[in-house]
Design a protein around this ligand. Structure first.
Ligand code: 16G
Ligand code: MG
Length: 558
């Protein structure tokens, strides 16, 4: 690093001292904390983003959001050139940067890292796209990010404004593919591919009147605002958007996380909506769940979670592939044996996994966190992943898309209007509608709506695909959550020794019992998940395993 660059870094970083005594870590979803603690972290992640852009010779994204956390929190995360999460290989550097005690240490760290990674600093340009959600602290943090980026010579920050997290990831992916990336381009792509899918709906399977309208809970955040824009473009779509204007507090009693965890109606919903199809987005619109209000006597809902969205998508894609691969008479078989894989975590309800396997799908589990699911899904020609909490998407391999385009053009000449040709057009439209960079509540919602119309299904019919097994989640505060080490996609504990045998013994007491524990990546707790044949049994199993965790690791333990 030359002297000019060193002086520039020292000068700018002296304006952003880290808060004393606070240790931050780049967890499953970047850094998150009370917004007042984050100025130096965001500044430093701005530096990291600029270096990442130099290293990869690509455009990088920096998003300021704390998703479903309370409004006083904020956070920062990086989008890599593919539009996916920051390479795990750089996470330790992010941690070290955030926790460097002063400017001198920071400079030394950067210097060492630049040498180790062989990053050429001189004579190169870097570009970082910036986005933020609607949190009031976002503007000041954005300024800190700009200063961090600006302290690397040749690096440019481009402020894309208030966005959903998936919009920013989409823009980064598109830019690196050489495509235009204004917000309008995002809406164009989503709306035109949605219209295309609707036009391909089979005759006779349109919604009946009662099922037409969808009501959406916007979590009082950015997703609701952006859906208003989409609704204007898609003026034939019957959507009523609630919880999106300035009245309510972000994520307070609203949003996908609240609805999925509490299984109750969000604010602003109630008895008049009984039986209607409703959806809920989270604070930065990368999670989506559906629900229906059960009765006018209670606030209970029928939840249609990420597992069921996954099942709907998988069923539809599989149907289209079957049509595509049908060989008629003794015609030459021009099929492409596309590999189709479904990726879940241990939190997926056992009934969903059973359902998917019975449907003949290949199902694999990974640890919790989008980066793991995404990486696994990318191994297939079509990889579909979802967490039960509503975060997921569909990935298509370049090879398969290339083949599909060719096949579609060929069928347009030889067999226009056949089911086979329509199947190619539908799959191509799905690949454009779904956000392949990262799970996106807005694009996911449009795909759900298009598939329900295709099937002619109400939310109740969709929900009947299978019945969830009763489940229960608990969290336990422990002295040191890193003492729990797991394997096999978090389904088996290898440390502390002996606890897994005790969990097995408890689980064996309950018909259909299933239980696992794992250290949370976002909170200082151990999470317990239990499933069994009745609510009571699931509760009992979770409670007894939580006691085991406390015995082995808790404050009451030895
Ligand atoms: C983060 C993850 C989410 C995961 C959750 C688990 C991303 C973008 N988000 O929100 O995928 O389900 O953490 O939280 O990766 P936990 O480790 O506290 O249970
Ligand atoms: Mg989120």
């Amino acid at each position: 690093m030359n002297e000019k660059q060193q002086t520039r870094l020292l000068e700018s970083s002296s304006r952003f001292s880290p808060p004393p005594g606070v240790r931050l870590s780049y967890g499953t979803a970047g850094f998150r904390a009370d917004a007042s603690l984050l100025h130096s972290t965001v500044f430093r992640i701005g530096i990291l983003a600029a270096l990442r852009s130099l290293k990869t010779k690509s455009v990088i994204g920096l998003m300021i959001t704390a998703s479903h956390n309370k409004v006083s929190d904020n956070g920062v995360k990086i989008a890599d050139p593919s539009g996916g999460m920051l390479s795990q290989h750089w996470e330790p550097f992010a941690d070290a940067l955030a926790n460097a005690p002063d400017s001198q240490h920071l400079l030394q760290l950067i210097d060492e890292f630049v040498k180790k990674e062989n990053i050429a600093l001189e004579g190169r340009s870097a570009e970082v796209l910036l986005g933020r959600d609607t949190r009031p602290s976002g503007e000041a943090l954005l300024e800190a990010a700009k200063q961090g980026i600006g302290s690397i010579t040749g690096a440019v920050a481009v402020d894309m404004g208030v966005l959903t997290t998936p919009q920013l990831h989409w823009m980064v992916r598109a830019r690196n593919k050489g495509i235009k990336v204004t917000e309008a381009d995002y809406y164009d792509q989503l709306s035109s591919s949605f219209r295309c899918l609707i036009d391909l709906t089979p005759q006779g399977s349109e919604f009946n009147k009662m099922n037409e309208k969808l009501i959406v809970d916007g979590a009082n955040g950015v997703g609701g605002e952006k859906l208003v824009v989409l609704k204007k473009i898609l003026n034939d779509l019957d959507i009523e958007i609630r919880n999106f204007d300035k009245g309510g507090v972000l994520n307070e009693g609203v949003g996908a996380d609240y609805v999925q965890k509490e299984k109750v109606v969000p604010r602003g919903f109630g008895p008049p909506d009984v039986g209607m199809r409703c959806a809920s987005l989270d604070g930065d619109a990368d999670r989506l769940v559906y629900f229906s209000v059960l009765s006018n006597a209670s606030d209970k809902i029928d939840l249609v979670d990420g597992d069921k969205i996954l099942s709907l998508f998988a069923l539809y894609i599989k149907d289209q592939l079957t049509v595509l691969n049908k060989v008629e008479g003794d015609k030459e078989n021009k099929s492409y044996q596309a590999s189709l894989g479904v990726v879940q975590t241990a939190y997926a309800n056992g009934a969903s996994t059973d359902y998917l396997k019975h449907a003949g799908l290949e199902v694999v589990l990974t640890p919790t966190g989008v980066k793991y699911l995404h990486e696994k899904a990318a191994e297939y020609d079509i990889g579909i992943y979802f967490e039960a909490n509503g975060h997921g998407t569909i990935l298509f391999s370049d090879g398969f898309l290339h083949w599909l385009e060719g096949r579609s053009a060929e069928l347009a000449l030889t067999s226009k209007g056949t089911e086979q040709e329509m199947a190619t057009l539908r799959l191509l439209a799905v690949s454009k509608l779904i956000n392949q960079a990262v799970g996106d509540a807005l694009s996911g919602l449009l795909l759900v709506e298009a598939i329900l119309q295709h099937m002619g299904w109400s939310i109740q019919r969709w929900n009947e695909l299978y019945n969830d097994f009763p489940s229960r989640q608990l969290k336990v505060k422990v002295l040191d959550r890193t003492a729990v080490v797991t394997t096999n996609a978090e389904t088996v504990v290898v440390k502390p020794l002996g606890i897994q045998e005790r969990i097995n013994a408890e689980t064996a007491k309950y018909p259909r019992g299933r239980c696992f524990i794992r250290p949370s990546g976002t909170e200082d707790v151990i999470r317990v998940y239990a499933e069994a044949n009745t609510e009571e049994a699931a509760d009992k199993l979770a409670t007894s395993v939580a006691q085991l965790v406390d015995q082995f690791l808790g404050f009451g333990g030895s």
